[in-house]
Design a binder for this molecule. Structure first.
Ligand SMILES: N[C@@H](CCC(=O)N[C@@H](CS)C(=O)NCC(=O)O)C(=O)O
Length: 312
């Protein structure tokens, strides 16, 4: 049985999303710790330059972005489902809220907060500079001050969606069982509590239902985690063959033929150009093959939502 390898670090809230999926599904997985800021010399041979966290690996197949990783895990391990109320489309569509305006409000608040790193987080000295550059397409960190109140107002309006869902006393957002909707929504309080505690207190202290809901989510755990050296993950990729190419979905409007050299880029933040040969698409994903001197041929998979694909 090939191992499920998550490249992540403990403080990464997007990685926490996938750790919670492992928890809901009670999966055993291998944890490879990556640096929280660039450079990431043991990750980029696998991804071709994609630097965001987390990245998921099975053999020589590399999956970028939580939306794609969650979809894959749900397909391979359907029970218990991360869509316990039977609304997979709605829960996935929430990603455009959670990964968009909701997350930007929280990160802007953190970047402009008076108490960043107030907790005991183990982050490198250049972390703030790294993030400033990474988020520059969404906001200018140097001029956040006068706009912070506006971001706080935005955050509170987003948080109120969670309060409304929990108002009838249900334990999780869609009912009795936790799922992907909870995981989307927990990103911001999880992040602010750790990265900007004074801001978190302002935003959540008067809403006890949110703290109790976060406690219930934390109690799910992470499944069974065991650590792996980064070099071992590279060796595994080198020794494995990627999944066979699927070809272009016949209904795909992409207009690029299989075998074409392409560049895949995140369309929102953390600019990067990942180049390779287009070998497959589905209605919601894109796969390229890349050659790397350390790991040989790897398949790198991206979701379509939030990414661009251009021939080069
Ligand atoms: N849309 C991506 C976003 C991932 C993301 O922004 N992750 C943050 C960490 S939680 C990140 O990459 N930070 C910079 C880094 O880790 O290098 C996903 O859903 O996976």
């Amino acid at each position: 049985m090939p191992e499920l390898i998550l490249h992540h670090y403990d403080e990464a809230p997007f990685a926490e999303k996938i750790r919670l999926v492992f928890g809901i599904k009670n999966l055993s997985w291998r944890s490879v710790i990556v640096p929280s800021a660039m450079p990431k010399p043991n990750l980029t041979p696998l991804t071709g330059g994609y630097r965001r966290t987390p990245v998921f690996q099975i053999g020589a197949d590399i999956y970028c972005d939580t939306q794609l990783i969650a979809t894959l895990l749900e397909r391979q391990y359907p029970e218990p489902s991360i869509f316990p109320d039977g609304n997979p489309g709605l829960a996935m569509a929430l990603g455009s809220w959670a990964n968009g305006p909701y997350v930007v409000a929280s990160v802007a608040i953190y970047m402009g907060a008076d108490d960043p790193f107030a907790g005991s987080l183990d982050l490198p000295a250049h972390f703030h500079e790294d993030r400033k550059k990474m988020w520059q397409t969404q906001f200018d960190t140097d001029t956040l001050g006068p706009r912070l109140a506006g971001y706080r107002a935005q955050l509170d309006a987003h948080t109120d969606f969670i309060r409304q869902q929990l108002a009838d006393g249900r334990p999780f957002l869609t009912g009795e069982r936790p799922g992907w909707a909870d995981i989307h929504a927990m990103w911001d309080p999880w992040f602010l509590i750790r990265f900007a505690p004074t801001e978190a207190e302002r935003a959540y202290k008067h809403l006890p239902s949110i703290g109790l809901w976060l406690d219930r989510l934390a109690a799910i755990g992470q499944g069974t985690r065991s650590e792996m050296e980064p070099s071992r993950a590279l060796d595994i990729a080198e020794a494995a063959e990627p999944l066979p190419a699927t070809g272009i979905d016949p209904r795909d409007p992409i207009g690029i033929e299989a075998g074409t050299k392409v560049c895949v880029s995140p369309a929102d933040y953390a600019e990067a150009q990942i180049t390779g040969t287009l070998v497959g698409t589905t209605v919601s994903s894109v796969t390229i093959y890349r050659e790397d001197p350390r790991v040989g041929t790897v398949a790198v998979h991206f979701p379509k939502i939030g990414y661009t694909v251009e021939p080069i």
